[in-house]
Design a binder for this molecule. Structure first.
Ligand code: MTE
Length: 316
């Protein structure tokens, strides 16, 4: 039986906040990516309808945590998405105005097969996976979120990176008509993030198109966002339209805005504070007591080798 992932507007929070219910339901999910329309010019954002993403049965994803998931109601109403305002409630209030269908993604730069994809074509060749990851924000709160997506490395391999591809740069949609925050200069737009090539190729690094068995709500970065669970949340750039392979380390939005607080690596590190926030403890959303923050957000066994010999206080 194929079940369409519901659009966020059709979701009642009461349907999905219960973990047991969620796991029971997902036995029935199936993933498929339906047909597409043409290949619209990059960023042209034509207003024609195209197929929606749907989901088949999901293989249990590697690296998933068994910790209690944060209720959907919390992960979709307590957000950072400055394109829609700086308050936690702004994205859920205003991001509904962003049209995400159709959507194009450009893969460019140092690779053999640069291309502009329609979102469905971009994702369709891959089996979607579920990954239940810890999500740690530099503001010292955390969540546990069941993402649905594709390992970024599968997508990068398809474009065949060249020897010059040492970093990957990601860019969010720029459309001040639909993203009112972009009409102010609170950040330099469009939002830009980056990873070192080996970080991008790490099997934990995900391009997400869904969460909790459904398409991503706009406020969480629909239709396509990055998820890098051992780094602070701001590395997980939302609503991506461009992925560029580059030789030099990108200057990211937050490095440009507040360089003393935001470095390129931004690995979760309880030993390096980010004024005004200490990074030693975090509050899991919904918990009363704080808990200790773990190095690399608890993913050290998987990723610590990427940084062997590096001074992580200097390269924060
Ligand atoms: N991506 C864009 N384009 N704009 C943003 O403001 N905020 C970042 C990140 N990605 C942000 C973004 C920050 S600071 C965090 S903590 C996470 O998204 C929050 O993701 P969530 O709202 O799904 O929890």
């Amino acid at each position: 039986m194929a079940i369409l992932i519901k659009r966020p507007a059709a979701i009642k929070p009461s349907e999905i906040t219960d973990r047991a219910l969620y796991f029971d339901r997902r036995r029935f999910l199936r993933a498929s990516l339906l047909s597409t329309v043409g290949l619209p010019a990059l960023l042209a954002r034509p207003r024609i309808a195209s197929a929606a993403l749907t989901v088949h049965e999901l293989p249990p994803g590697p690296f998933s945590t068994h910790e209690t998931m944060t209720p959907y109601q919390d992960t979709t109403t307590y957000n950072n998405f400055y394109e829609f305002g700086t308050s936690k409630g702004d994205p859920s209030r205003y991001a509904g105005a962003m049209s995400t269908n159709p959507w194009t993604v450009a893969v460019t730069g140092a690779c053999r097969h640069p291309a502009i994809y329609h979102l469905e074509d971009f994702i369709r060749p891959y089996a979607l996976q579920e990954r239940i990851y810890r999500h740690r924000c530099v503001e010292a709160w955390s969540m546990v979120i069941p993402w649905i997506g594709v390992p970024l490395r599968d997508i990068l391999r398809r474009c065949v990176p060249s020897g010059d591809a040492r970093y990957v740069e990601f860019t969010t949609l720029y459309d001040p008509r639909e993203m009112p925050g972009q009409r102010s200069d609170i950040l330099q737009w469009p939002y830009l993030e980056g990873l070192r090539m080996d970080e991008a190729m790490h099997p934990l690094t995900l391009l997400a198109v869904g969460m909790y068995g459904r398409v991503l709500p706009n406020q969480n970065g629909a239709p396509l966002r990055l998820v890098v669970p051992w780094k602070y949340g701001f590395k997980s750039i939302k609503s991506i339209v461009k992925i560029r392979l580059v030789k030099n380390q990108p200057v990211t939005t937050w490095m440009r805005a507040v360089p003393q607080r935001y470095g390129f690596y931004s690995n979760v590190n309880p030993a390096v504070d980010r004024v005004p926030w200490s990074q030693r403890y975090e509050r899991r959303i919904g918990d009363f007591f704080k808990r200790k923050t773990l190095m690399f957000n608890g993913y050290g066994p998987e990723v610590a080798h990427l940084y062997a010999g590096m001074n992580l206080a200097k390269y924060y």
